[in-house]
Design a protein around this ligand. Structure first.
Ligand code: ARG
Length: 262
C-alpha cells in the first residue's frame, strides 16, 4: 500500500475524476489508514512504499504490477501522469530481493486489469491495458489467461467490475463487458455472483477477499447482503475521498501473494 500523501485530482483520466471536486487530504488519509488497519486486523502483512511527490495517483498501488508466485511484472502505464510510478515500484521490489522482476513491454496497468483466479489470470482491456498485455502475462507467468474486453468507461479497469472471492469464485457486473466477454465469463465462471449496475457504481466490486472476509466500499449495501447470504463476511469501508480519484479498496492494494513465495 502507498499512503495518499500526495493524492489529489488536478487532472481527469477517468470519468470519476473532476478537477472541480478535489479530495480532502486529511479525510483521504484517514480513509486509507482505516483500510490499512482493517487489513492488519484481518491478519494480513502489509508492506508500504514511500509515496513520491508529484505522483498523485500512487496511492492506487494495484496498478503498479502483476505479482504471481513470487514473480513480478511491473506496470507500463497508458497514462503519462502515472508513468513514473513504474520506476518507483520497480525499485521497491528490487531493493527487497524480488529477482524475477521485469517491466511489461505492452501497456499493462497491473492488478487493476490482471487478476489471478486460482491457476489462471483474467485480463481486462478496453481502456487502459492493451489486449496484447494478456499474452505477455501468459508468457511471463506461464499460466492460462482469459481475455475480456471492457466497454463502459466508468469501469475502466477490470477491478472496478470484477472481483476474485476465492480460488474459484468471482463476482462481476456483466454490463461492463462486451457481449462476447460476457459469454466467456459465463462459461469460465458458471457459479459467479452477478452484481448489478448500482453495486458497480458503488465500487462494491473493487474488493479484496481473503476467501472469507471481503473488504469493499461501505456504499455497496445490496452486494454486502448478497455476499453474506453466500457465506462470506463483508466488511464495508468508507472510500468517499479515494473515489474522487476513481479508486476504492482494491485499487489501493497490490496483492503480493503468499509471503513464502516472495
Ligand atoms: N486515478 C487513477 C487512474 O485513473 C485511479 C486508479 C484506480 N485503480 C484501479 N486499480 N482501478 O489511473
Amino acid at each position: 500500500m502507498c499512503e495518499p500523501a500526495y493524492f489529489d485530482v488536478v487532472y481527469a483520466i477517468n470519468p470519476w475524476m473532476d478537477t472541480a471536486v478535489r479530495p480532502d487530504p486529511r479525510a483521504a488519509l484517514a480513509e486509507w489508514k482505516y483500510l490499512h488497519d482493517v487489513f492488519v486486523d484481518l491478519g494480513h502483512q502489509v508492506e508500504l512504499i514511500e509515496p513520491r511527490p508529484g505522483l498523485l495517483d500512487m496511492v492506487f498501488a494495484a496498478n503498479a504490477a502483476v505479482v504471481r508466485d513470487g514473480a513480478v511484472l511491473v506496470a507500463n502505464f497508458r497514462v503519462g501522469q502515472r508513468r513514473a510510478e513504474a520506476a518507483a515500484y520497480h525499485d521497491w521490489f528490487a531493493a527487497r530481493g524480488w529477482t524475477k522482476l521485469s517491466q511489461a513491454k505492452c501497456v499493462n496497468e497491473g492488478q487493476g486489469d490482471f487478476l489471478s483466479v486460482g491457476g489462471r489470470v483474467v485480463a481486462g482491456s478496453g481502456f487502459r491495458s492493451e489486449p496484447a498485455g494478456g499474452d505477455e502475462v501468459a508468457d511471463y507467468f506461464g499460466c492460462p489467461v482469459v481475455k475480456v474486453s471492457l466497454t463502459d468507461p466508468r469501469f475502466y479497469h477490470l477491478d472496478t467490475a470484477f472481483a476474485v472471492l476465492d480460488e474459484t469464485t468471482v463476482m462481476y457486473y456483466p454490463g461492463a463487458f462486451t457481449p462476447q466477454s460476457r459469454e466467456l465469463l459465463r462459461e469460465q465462471f458458471p457459479d459467479a455472483i452477478i452484481a448489478t449496475e448500482p453495486d458497480a457504481v458503488d465500487f462494491g466490486l473493487n474488493a479484496v477477499s481473503d476467501g472469507r472476509h471481503v473488504v469493499l466500499s461501505a456504499r455497496a449495501g445490496r452486494l454486502r447482503a448478497v455476499l453474506r447470504e453466500a457465506g462470506y463476511e463483508p466488511i464495508g469501508v468508507d472510500v468517499t475521498e479515494l473515489l474522487k480519484g476513481g479508486g476504492g479498496v482494491r485499487c489501493c492494494t497490490l496483492d503480493l501473494g503468499d509471503p513464502v513465495a516472495g
